[in-house]
Structure formats: C-alpha cells, structure tokens
Write a protein that binds this ligand. Structure first.
Ligand code: A3P
Length: 299
C-alpha cells in the first residue's frame, strides 16, 4: 500500500492508503476483516463521521436517546462510561460489533462511504452522518494527532499540520472526499442517510435531537416532550457535563489516546486563533472547489 510519514509529527506517525483513504496499518487490517465478515442487519444504525466532527457527542446523544426508558441524568451509564465505550467503532471493536449483530444495534464508523462493508449497503441500514466546519476539524485534529504521539505545540507547527491536511494526508482523509462520498450517496438514499451539522446541533439542540431521535426510530412522545425529556438528554450530553465527569477526565479510550482528548474545548470558530489569512483563503478555495457544487457550507 502507498504510505506517508507525517513530517509535522516528527515521523512518529505513518499512514497507509487503502482504497481511497489514509489510515493506520492496524485499522486497515480491521477494515479488511470487517469488509469480509460483517453481516449487517437491516435494523442496525451506523453513526458515521470524519474524525473530530462530533462523533463522541453523537454517540452520547444516541445512547441517551435509545436508553431513556431505563436511565435518566441521575443514573445513566454515561455518567461512568466514556461515550466511546457505550457504542462501539466498527473498525476498532469489530468483534464486539459482530457479536451484537442480529439485535438491532448502533455502531459508529469513520470509514468513507465507498469502503463500508457491502452488507451495510445491501441491508439498507440507516446512517447518521455528522459533519463540521472544516477549519475547526483541522484545529481539533491537530491537537488530537499531536497529543496522541505526545508532541508539545512548540514541536508541532500548526502551519505544517495544516499543509499536510490540505494535501489530504490525514487519518481517513482526504476530509472533503469523506463528506462528498456520503453526500452523493444521500442524494440517492435520502431516507436512510441523515446529515447532521455539528454547528446546527449546537445552535438548535432541541430541534435537532428531536429529528435525530425520529430518524433512528426512537421518536419522543408528546408526554416526553412536555416532561422535558429532550432537554435533560441535551444537558446530560452537553460538553460541560461530559467533560467534567471523572471517567472522561481520566482513563484511556485506547492505548494511545486519553479520554480527555475527546473533550478539548468544543468552541465554535476556535480556528480563528490558528489560521492565517493565507490558510483561510487556501482552504476556502479548496472546499469550494471540492464541495461548492453540492452547496455544503463548511466555513
Ligand atoms: P474540539 O477539539 O474543537 O474541542 P470527535 O468526537 O469526532 O473526535 O470530535 C471531537 C470534538 O468534539 C472536539 O472538538 C470536542 O471537544 C468536541 N466535543 C466532545 N464532546 C462534545 C459535546 N458533548 N458537545 C459538543 N462538542 C463536543
């Protein structure tokens, strides 16, 4: 497979190109296995995203929505379990994913649409695709990738990180191809692919959580709405709440990544603290060229 060593990470991270995306060797091995062995069930729902676009938040919300009859903000497993351990990642926890098949299950994935195991498409599984303003994704990605190999900011210049991301060298990148793949598919399969924008979820949480619950087959009843169930789910899954829980402040999501790295700032337009005018122009032009035709606003 073609490979690329990220110079801005001081050679500590090597990506391989499989099909049309870049990733780590261990993940690609799991992807190949998933493509060969996953037998999706028509009631499985996939939570799809490019990394750093709000995956953790989406997992928490979906978990809170589907378990709300048993749990609320006083006893939810989310208070003691990291959202990533509540809903597995297809290409990371393949065994767990396969074990849960047959029951309708919720599974997350960062895989591009064209690399999803064929049985997901053949079974017409529903997918929620969360996406986010590309500049905030780049800043969030910069910190995650750097912290994963324990490089302080002074040793990992943002300009170099930007340049690599811009040229498509990022985990599951290029980012714009990821969005485009799901977007094109959603044109033909509108009823089974739900696009959710991170910034919209932040701006209008109630409307979007309601839509999300409906889409995944767990609509709120009028009684629940009146009783404020939507608001308590939003509060339970808020950045303020989740980022302050012991479980999310400590512990590891995997060997390399600490839980706390999934809860950095969650601030819109943090990119303004990093981007030069030249970078803004470059990325805006690229996104316009790649995604302008489909009218997705990613500024
Ligand atoms: P920042 O790095 O900008 O803070 P992912 O979950 O896909 O890895 O995305 C991580 C981004 O989502 C991080 O962005 C993180 O802080 C933010 N995030 C995590 N939990 C959140 C929540 N409950 N609400 C809003 N944003 C959240």
């Amino acid at each position: 497979l073609p490979q690329h060593t990220c110079s801005w990470l001081k050679g500590k991270s090597t990506l391989f190109k499989y099909q049309d995306f870049w990733s780590y060797e261990e993940i690609i091995k799991e992807v190949v296995l998933a493509q060969q062995s996953l037998k999706a069930h028509p009631t499985d729902v996939f939570l799809c995203s490019y990394p750093k676009s709000g995956t953790t938040w989406l997992k928490a919300l979906v978990f809170a929505i589907i378990t709300r009859e048993k749990f609320d903000e006083s006893n939810s497993p989310l208070l003691t379990t990291m959202p990533h351990n509540c809903i597995p990642f297809l290409e990371v926890e393949l065994e767990q994913t396969i074990a849960s098949q047959g029951n309708s299950s919720f599974v997350a994935t960062h895989l591009p649409y064209n690399s999803l195991p064929k049985s997901i498409l053949a079974s017409n599984c529903k997918m929620v695709y969360i996406y986010r303003n590309v500049k905030d994704v780049i800043v969030s990605y910069y910190h995650m990738a750097r912290e994963a190999v324990k490089l302080p900011m002074e040793d990992a210049p943002f300009e170099e990180a930007f340049d690599e991301f811009y040229h498509g060298f990022s985990v599951y990148g290029p980012h714009w191809d990821h969005i485009l793949g799901y977007w094109k598919a959603s044109m033909e399969r509108r009823e089974i692919i739900f696009f959710l924008k991170y910034e919209d979820l932040k701006k209008e949480p109630s409307i979007n959580v309601k839509k999300l619950a409906e889409f995944i087959g767990y609509p709120f009843t009028i009684e629940e709405e009146k009783a404020g169930v939507i608001e308590s789910i939003i509060k339970l899954c808020s950045f303020e709440n989740l980022s302050n829980l012991e479980v999310n402040k400590n512990g590891y999501a995997n060997e390399m990544i600490e839980n706390r790295l999934f809860f950095r700032k969650a601030k819109d337009e943090d990119w303004k603290n990093y981007f030069t005018d030249e970078m803004i122009e470059k990325i805006d032009n690229l996104i316009y060229e790649k995604l302008g035709a489909i009218g997705l606003v990613l500024k």
